[in-house]
Design a protein around this ligand. Structure first.
Ligand code: HEM
Ligand code: HEM
Length: 417
């Protein structure tokens, strides 16, 4: 028998905050919680591991916003802060055949070979950024923000490499993509940034059209030329924007969260240095324990659906609660809250998604994070937080999960003895 959750629904604070305490509280009421989104829009959150897995893979759950009942009935205000997530067009909001078409063209072009081929560039870029981190610390009394100087420029640089973006556009693209996902700027500026981004990417596409290279843009253009499933010019640019926004803050958060966790649990770092665990284990445990994506908007049941005993009415906007699933004791044991890089068996997680919309960039995200951590701690083995962990400012979004800054003391540089 299903029940409609009787607890008063939890109001989700759009300004974010650490999700773990909230998740623990909500989980007491079950794996599915009723929540109130900004502007009093009623939604639900799936935050138990098994429930989320079932929900993400369910054939009666859609991502296309025409299934969003309140939106279809005109009850969602024009300036609703989460509106873009629902209404943006592209593979993240497409279902069934449409989704397969958009995704298969990209996944055909975004091959394992293309990801592997990026490794030397990821390594070179990492080393360059570590020079920058060292320089920033030298001019900052030994302290530098690892997020600004390392974790943020790395994914951005890699994406530019992947797209074949000419050097002259990189700075601009970087600034624009920050503006597009910024939550602290006026809507007009975000809209302007979005428009400018489309125009810069159109120039990138034109440049690769004239001079194709071994990059994703050129490969997508070739797919566009080929017979069969065509990707329109608009869809091509939409795909590039999607890669920019989906690969940027996520990877930034993963690297930040991993460094924070290792500094706050020094014995775990020692286990890696002693060879008892690998850097890939650190990456997977960080994904589980401190998911870079906290609550991802939205999916809508296409009929009344009961998940783990709770009814989710048809058309409800539902958040995928990745940060909650990662610490669910029912899936990860009573010590789910503990950061442990030697978990046996390794903690399975859903932090890269599950089902048809599973993260397309997962191999690249793993490559970037592994290279980044390995090289960071090889070069600065004594690297540590420069402030007490409790003082770190938490992110201002409930979609992402991280801190706003990560001030560190890199300490002695192994490269210079
Ligand atoms: C640590 C880094 C990353 C994390 C934690 C992450 C997480 C996720 C998650 C949770 C989803 C599913 C969202 C949902 O529908 O509920 C997703 C989808 C996606 N990710 Fe990632 N991601 C990461 C890096 C990347 C990178 C580097 C790229 C591309 C270069 C990328 C491209 C995508 C795309 C295109 C989708 C949409 C797939 C679809 O709708 O079919 N991601 N990611
Ligand atoms: C750390 C996690 C993430 C954060 C903090 C984040 C944040 C944001 C923000 C603030 C926006 C702007 C919304 C608006 O304009 O009103 C946005 C747009 C978007 N995000 Fe994310 N996001 C994250 C992860 C992802 C993932 C995993 C995907 C892929 C499935 C994704 C896909 C998109 C898309 C397609 C847009 C719309 C871009 C456009 O304006 O064309 N995001 N994101």
């Amino acid at each position: 028998m299903s029940t409609v959750s009787s607890d008063p629904p939890h109001r989700i604070d759009p300004s974010g905050g650490c999700p773990h305490a909230r998740n623990a509280r909500l989980r007491e009421g079950g794996a599915v919680a009723a929540v109130v989104l900004p502007d009093d829009v009623r939604g639900m959150l799936v935050l138990g591991h098994e429930a989320l897995k079932e929900f993400l893979g369910h054939s009666d759950v859609a991502k296309d916003s025409r299934h969003f009942a309140a939106l279809a009935e005109g009850r969602i205000p024009e300036g609703w802060p989460l509106r873009t997530f629902a209404t943006v067009r592209g593979m993240t909001t497409a279902d069934g055949e449409d989704h397969r078409r958009l995704r298969s063209l990209v996944s055909r072009a975004f091959t394992a070979r293309r990801v592997d081929a990026l490794r030397p560039r990821v390594e070179a870029l990492t080393d360059e950024l570590l020079d920058g981190l060292a320089a920033a610390a030298r001019s900052g009394d030994g302290v530098a923000d690892l997020r600004a100087h390392f974790a943020l420029p790395l994914p951005m640089g890699v994406i530019c490499e992947l797209f074949g973006v000419d050097a002259e556009f990189r700075e601009l693209l970087h600034r624009l993509s920050n503006d597009v996902v910024a939550t602290n700027i006026e809507p007009e500026r975000a809209v302007a940034a979005n428009r400018e981004m489309v125009s810069v990417l159109a120039q990138v596409v034109a440049s690769r059209e004239r001079e194709p290279g071994d990059d994703l843009t050129s490969a997508l253009l070739a797919a566009h030329e080929a017979d069969g499933d065509r990707l329109s010019r608009e869809e091509l640019i939409g795909t590039l924007i999607l890669f920019l926004v989906a690969g940027h803050e996520t990877t930034l958060n993963l690297i930040t969260n991993a460094v924070r966790a290792l500094c706050a649990h020094r014995e775990q770092l020692d286990l890696v240095c002693d060879g008892a665990a690998g850097w890939a284990d650190v990456v997977e445990e960080t994904l589980r324990w401190d998911s870079p994506v906290s609550y991802f908007p939205f999916r809508y049941p296409t009929r009344d659906l009961t998940v783990d005993g709770t009814l989710i009415p048809k058309g409800t906007p539902v958040l995928a609660g990745y940060s909650g699933a990662g610490r669910d004791p029912a899936a990860h044991g009573p010590d789910a809250d503990r950061f442990d890089v030697t978990r046996v068996p390794p903690g399975r997680h859903l932090s890269l998604g599950h089902g048809a919309h599973y993260c397309l960039g997962a191999p690249l995200a793993r490559l970037e994070a592994t290279v980044a951590l390995e090289r960071l701690f090889a070069r600065f083995p004594a690297l540590d937080l420069a402030v007490r962990e409790e003082e770190l400012p938490v992110n201002a979004s409930f979609v992402g999960n991280s801190v706003r800054e990560l001030p560190v003391r890199p300490g002695p540089d192994a490269r210079h003895g």
